[in-house]
Design a protein around this ligand. Sequence first.
Ligand code: ADP
Ligand code: MG
Length: 728
Amino acid sequence: MSSMRFDAIKQSLTRTPVKITETERRSDLFGQNVFNQNTMRQSLTKDAYSAVMSAVETGSKIDRNIADQIASSMKDWAMSKGATHYTHWFQPLTGATAEKHDAFFETIEGGMSVEKFGGGQLVQQEPDASSFPNGGIRNTFEARGYTAWDPTSPAFIYGTTLCIPTVFVAYTGEALDYKTPLLRALQAVDHAAVDVVKYFDKNVKKVNASLGWEQEYFLVDSTLAATRPDIVLTGRTLLGHAPAKGQQLDDHYFGSIPARVMSFMMDLEMECMKLGIPVKTRHNEVAPNQFELAPIYEEANLAVDHNSLIMDIMDRVGSRHNFKVLMHEKPFAGVNGSGKHNNWSLSTDTGVNLLSPGKTPMSNLQFLTFFVNTIKAVNDNEELVRSSIASASNDHRLGANEAPPAIISVFIGSQLTSVLQGLKEVTKGKLSPEEKTELKLNVVGKIPEILLDNTDRNRTSPFAFTGNKFEFRAVGSLANCAKPMTVLNTIIANQLKVFKADVDALITKKDMKKDDAIFNVLREYIKSSERILFEGNGYGDAWEKEAKKRGLSNNKTTPEALKVEIAPATIALYESLGVMNKTEIEARHEIEIEEYTLRVQIEARVLGDIARNHVIPTALKYQNTLIENVKGLKDIYGAGFKKYAAEQLTLIEDISARVAAINSGVTDLINKRKAANTIEDVQVKAETYCNKVKPYFDTIRYHCDKLELLIDDEIWPLTKYRELLFTK
Ligand code: ADP
Ligand code: MG
């Protein structure tokens, strides 16, 4: 018996792990291929070095002369490491990273050639970008876009290419990428936070947002994955019966890492070290063949770049080890999905984490200020927060019965809950000296420096405070972190500005002391944000009902969730902070909503094909075998054959019924899809795909999965869940 499936299984079972040896200490490897501060200090002139540093710290422009010097040093450094090409590396709205390589090599007069790389090429480039999604911006305004150097994220060498992180914008200035709005949001939060920190410490000049992401993923043997058209084309399985053993034994989480996976991880980690990605943690996740990787947190823009980069590297390192890396949020039905927790905080240039409780009541008041403002920002913008993580693939987690839910809420743990209760009781107006002492001793003073509360235990919360940072857990594993980080930092920036105005108003108009004003404002914020705080179980109906009562949104699908992105209040929010203008917002929304439609459309086609070309023919083949068998029994036993053929006859009927159901399901699916394709309005089209096309996936799948159980394993063409999930 030979089939693609069995050949693949045989191959996957006989693989030997690629041998990886660590010859250098990781700390020596770290940053080897990065044109980082250290390298710059060594290779740049003093002027050039300070120009870059000031561009990084204050956003100042680098003049052309200096850019030429930097480019030249960068080129020499890159060539000394074996680089032959350079590229502007950027993050278009496709979600992947993009690059177009150009050689340093150039010919000059007289048939000679040199290696050249000037400031012009460093600072700006024009990729032929007409085929990146732009939501109509480029068509309407200008023919082309350009990429421009982002000095806040250091250049690096990957393979033999010098990669220069860049933004991607239209000639008219509109952002065509993820990075541009993120940088603007980070600047907005920096300014707003510095203004607020000044209440507590006048020396602070800059506040950085930090991001520590945790990336979950599945590893599937690449040969096995190649036998599944659904995995190849959609990144997930569209059918497949649950294995007899799943994750119910909980024997995978933190279990020992299989040898082959271990070499993949080591290889990946060494690549990361060279690229200055500070990966630190690796472990098995809940589901079989599911793993997680996490670095030490970094400044948010750099962390976003590093996550985009690592997703790309994982893919490449995976193939060296014959693994297909599945980053999809829900590659297997009935098996735990993957997320990308985004740990977020704010910290000052004086080294203070603003979300870390301090030693003194004063530093705790600063902590409470940022803590409460974050809660208030999420409360006032919960729907926008939800939209920031919406995608066709993440709908399988958020909209389905899996943590976290589509309802945004904030978990803070019991200790901080009681602190907020205490603050709610603060007297209106000026505080008496007794009350202040009482507050210092018993409310603010009671916040322990290290929160011993088991904050991390509530795994169902989409947004949890975990001791010294908030952890946004609803981000999808496939997502570019830039989008949730843009939204989060934007709403915090806005909230901090409102806070500053509110406190200043009390100080100037009501003649309050600063502390009194802060306590008064925080008290009102706590009262008006209470609905977002939730400590209970995020799964299930009880919370859905409760959340509805509280007026929280519960947008289970992407077309629903994205609507708020173009609401007038959202546009006003982004425009007031200079993060995005109306054109950019609308263009992005259009791209995302179309992306949703395209994803579902592709899945619909693939599912239809697999059902008709793989499942039905196999079912009929098996049915024919059964019919032959029944005919044979009839030959032997004549009229009495039924006594011996009862099971077979039931199977024959069952197969016919299921084949009919699949066939009509696929026909309906195709018709609905065709009808949906004629719809002009992108929103209505996406909703039609979501509500009219997608439901057929379940019906078709249901019958296909039943057939998988009925049909002779020997002839089943699609690699099964147990084989995909338990081959190590
Ligand atoms: P765990 O949640 O596994 O107990 P930690 O709480 O130490 O581990 O951190 C989880 C993640 O949070 C890590 O990726 C870490 O880098 C990140 N993290 C820790 N502190 C911060 C911070 N101040 N800002 C952003 N991310 C942080
Ligand atoms: Mg976590």
